[in-house]
Design a protein around this ligand. Sequence first.
Ligand code: NAD
Length: 498
Amino acid sequence: MENIGHWIDGAQVSGSGRTADVYNPATGEVQAKVALASASDLDRAVQAAAAAQPKWEATNPQRRARVLMKFVDLLNRDMDKLAEALSREHGKTLPDAAGDVQRGLEVVEFCIGAPHHLKGEFTDSAGPGIDMYSMRQALGVTAGITPFNFPAMIPMWMFAPAIAAGNAFILKPSERDPSVPMMLVELLEEAGLPKGILQVVNGDKEVVDAILDHPVIQSVGFVGSTPIAAYIYERASAQGKRAQCFGGAKNHMIIMPDADMEQAADALVGAGYGAAGERCMAISVAVPVGDETADRLIAALAPKVEALKVGPYSSGKDVDFGPVVTAAAKDNILGLIQSGKDAGAKAVVDGSKMSVQGYEDGFFVGPVLFDHVTKDMDIYTKEIFGPVLSCVRAADYEEALGLAMDHEYGNGTAIFTRDGDAARDFAKRVNVGMVGVNVPIPVPLAYHTFGGWKKSMFGDLNQHGPDAFKFYTRTKTVTARWPSGIKEGGEFSIPVME
Ligand code: NAD
């Protein structure tokens, strides 16, 4: 059995004490034990980070960027190995796992532009003989806590801008799939990153609380479920830390009567069931406008959902999605499916009893498609995070828009239509952070920013894009006047522009 420790001060160190089981979700077997760090394990990492960070910050940004360039080469070299390790612990298919690495890699590429992103502003002659300039300086020791569903992408979204900006970063990945984060830090050190600048402490709530309370750590990034995001935002902020915390989702896709129904159905199948629905940008609610649209949509959708192939990643390309991450996740999803049936939703496709031959102990849930879901049902109000798509019929466009607007989550949403006016109105009015027009999963590319609204995000600055460099730096503004300007004697009232 493999033992996964921590990565502290340039080496893998074994944990001392508690561990958690890491499963292969396809077989249901425990395949590794991961160490759960204590506050003193974290403190060792913080001391190493604090010792290494000033020299890293003093390294010019172009040299820091070159380490990231080399890291991109190494990610490409080891792509298959990373994807395999990711699929083995997460359960997603190999192409999807490679996509997880790729979407992280693209943010690393964006961060190679650090010399440009970190440039300050300068005003010549802001007053007589006075120049004013601002610079962006690293925060120091920073930290991030990441979820199980993107074990490569989300850590990279955090640590790439953090270290490009001259910080040290301590990563606390999900204890469900800790191997890929450990591989990433090794690759970065192979690329030339000094030890102590990126470290991994594995663990659970105990080490998360230690991160939130550690006086040296300046900022906390979090991605995960909403109750934990709210908790982390509150506790980190109360300790004076900068925090950005991204939470859960319930993403609606509006289907207008004029939409291409085959195209909309294909989009829904991919966005609803890809990665077994374990994506914060998955579409979990379809909102056809008008009964006739709904009937046509369900008719197009049902055979596509029935035809989905579920199985282990190891069976190659012939699988659309794999198991969910744990037995507990499976139980929770099955419980919600049952609650939907009990509440009167119509299960048009019901894969809840499905099992995969040869993998009977795996955490598989087959695809479920509900029609006639209403606003009061748990399957509508709660995030299921499984392969379950709920169809809520809306009488008209305003009702459809209102559903997306009234839901407590506001991560992503989409509209499918041929009507530019409807699309424009929707994009402008909807109170959701990321909007797709005939695009079901509108995840912005690396040079734009990613973030939801409402209960999907606590804080202000988004992930990646220009916001990331703002989050991981402080602005300092200098007002400078050289000696010729001080001959007139002191000034006792507040300076104003003349
Ligand atoms: P989770 O909240 O259970 O765990 C996330 C992290 O928090 C993990 O590292 C975990 O160890 C830690 N954690 C768990 N319980 C904790 C506690 N009580 N105190 C302190 N730390 C704790 O989330 P998950 O199941 O790993 O991930 C799925 C969730 O993440 C879904 O809700 C999904 O929508 C969300 N998510 C959101 C985004 C986004 O950008 N908005 C992206 C990906 C995933």
